[in-house]
Write a protein that binds this ligand. Structure first.
Ligand code: CA
Length: 426
């Protein structure tokens, strides 16, 4: 999987690309953008610029040209992995050879001048719960003696989320209203959420399709992982606590899920794959359909993850951790499990990993954990305190991939700012 496009010495003629923290030529993430309310085009980010792939489609591999003229990435991610790899190779060649500069420069646009859109028409969104420390931390708030339920280490837990309210970074986050039952109250009220939270997650964009009834063997799991993004599963904790039994999250999650606009492809991430941390002594062995030696050896993905909060002034980093250390199940295990009952997964389906918290408080991926369920507010450098998000708070998720001998790449921001609840209409 590692090839010349991962060479750390490769250099692009696009000004500033070689120094860019997220988007040097080794990354080449895919997204959808528009200019001046014009039509949505597929593009790739290079430094601070977007290269319009619709405009240059006839210079790119023939098998990808039709898909590159679509307003979303669905058709492109329905193509074979070989076709998508050929596209990466062609983009890399053009952005590293000076002879292409004159031809391509008219099709480069400053990212700041572009409106970035959701990269896919999302058919389905599923949120998993593979962050072991998050599951333990949240479980401990409710069951101090028995934080993990007995199924956790046997089955990758997940639920079907809401696809219609997945939006791209910077989409407005309106504080939701919902049913809340304050602990001291006899009956629930309908009111603005008082315990609004974020969840730091990775999103998996599915490539390819399995027919209904067909499974995805775990050894082929990575064939179905088109790329990754950051995902913020905004959560109304007070609504969640009241509604979640017995069927799980519902309106506490479905008001908004925010994803980062750039799809960092599985090919770009090849150098950052690593071994899945060994299961702790005494943990059950997964069933055979969830086990693959190669996946255990190379199926984890090592990303440095950060959450930043701005309350109006300088942003504060709330946490930093590593994805490989946070995940009890691999991405391929998630995919194989999801399709193991014959469920068909389609290009542009979105899987969330679940909150990725590390073992220590400086790497917890939600305020629920950082403030111990609201009991221990955190103090910011400004002296302000937070148990949950207040109106005007801005949360930014970031991910960077580093590996010895390779050029670091990043995901760009996944951001949202809390707007006050609307006045009640009832
Ligand atoms: Ca979640």
């Amino acid at each position: 999987m590692i090839d010349h496009t991962h060479n750390r010495l490769a250099s692009s003629w696009v000004p500033g690309a070689d120094e860019h923290p997220d988007f040097p030529v080794q990354n080449l993430p895919l997204g959808v953008f528009s200019l001046n309310d014009g039509p949505a085009h597929i593009g790739t980010a290079i430094g601070n610029m977007v290269l319009d792939l619709y405009a240059i489609a006839d210079m790119l591999p023939e098998a990808t040209q039709g898909a590159l003229r679509q307003p979303t990435l669905n058709a492109l991610f329905a193509l074979s992995g070989a076709d998508r790899l050929a596209l990466r190779h062609a983009l890399f060649a053009k952005l590293t050879s000076l002879s292409c500069r004159l031809k391509l420069t008219p099709h480069l646009h400053a990212i700041g001048d572009c409106t970035l859109h959701l990269p896919f028409r999302i058919g389905d969104y599923t949120d998993f719960y593979v962050g072991l420390h998050h599951a333990s931390n949240v479980g401990a708030l409710f069951r101090p003696d028995n934080p993990l339920l007995p199924n956790y280490k046997h089955v990758p837990i997940g639920y079907h989320g809401r696809a219609s309210s997945v939006r791209v970074s910077d989409a407005p986050l309106r504080r939701p209203r919902g049913q809340i039952k304050p602990p001291e109250a006899e009956a629930p009220i309908h009111a603005p959420c008082r315990r609004l939270d974020y969840e730091l997650e990775l999103g998996v964009w599915i490539a390819g399709e399995n027919a209904p009834g067909d499974t995805v063997p775990i050894a082929r799991g990575w064939d179905r992982i088109g790329g990754l993004c950051l995902l913020n599963d905004w959560s109304a904790r007070d609504m969640q606590a009241w509604e979640y039994q017995p069927l799980g999250p519902f309106l506490a999650k479905s008001f908004l899920t925010t994803v980062s606009p750039w799809v960092v492809t599985a090919q770009a991430l090849a150098p950052f794959r690593t071994a899945q941390p060994p299961r702790p002594q005494g943990d059950p062995a997964p069933l055979p359909y969830l086990w693959d030696d190669d996946d255990q050896a190379h199926g984890a993905i090592s990303l440095d993850l950060e959450v930043w909060l701005s309350t109006g002034g300088e942003p504060t980093r709330l946490s930093h951790g590593n994805s490989a250390q946070a995940m009890y199940w691999t991405l391929a295990q998630m995919v194989a499990h999801h399709a193991s009952n014959g469920c068909d997964l389609h290009p542009g389906d979105l899987l969330g990993t679940g909150t990725l918290s590390g073992a220590t408080p400086d790497s917890f991926g939600s305020l629920l954990e950082l403030s111990q369920g609201g009991k221990a507010p955190i103090t910011l450098p400004s002296g302000e305190t937070r148990s949950f998000l207040e109106d005007g708070d801005e949360i930014t998720l970031r991910a960077m991939a580093h590996a010895e001998g390779y050029r670091s790449i990043g995901f760009g921001a996944c951001r949202g700012t809390v707007l006050p609840a609307l006045a009640s209409k009832v």
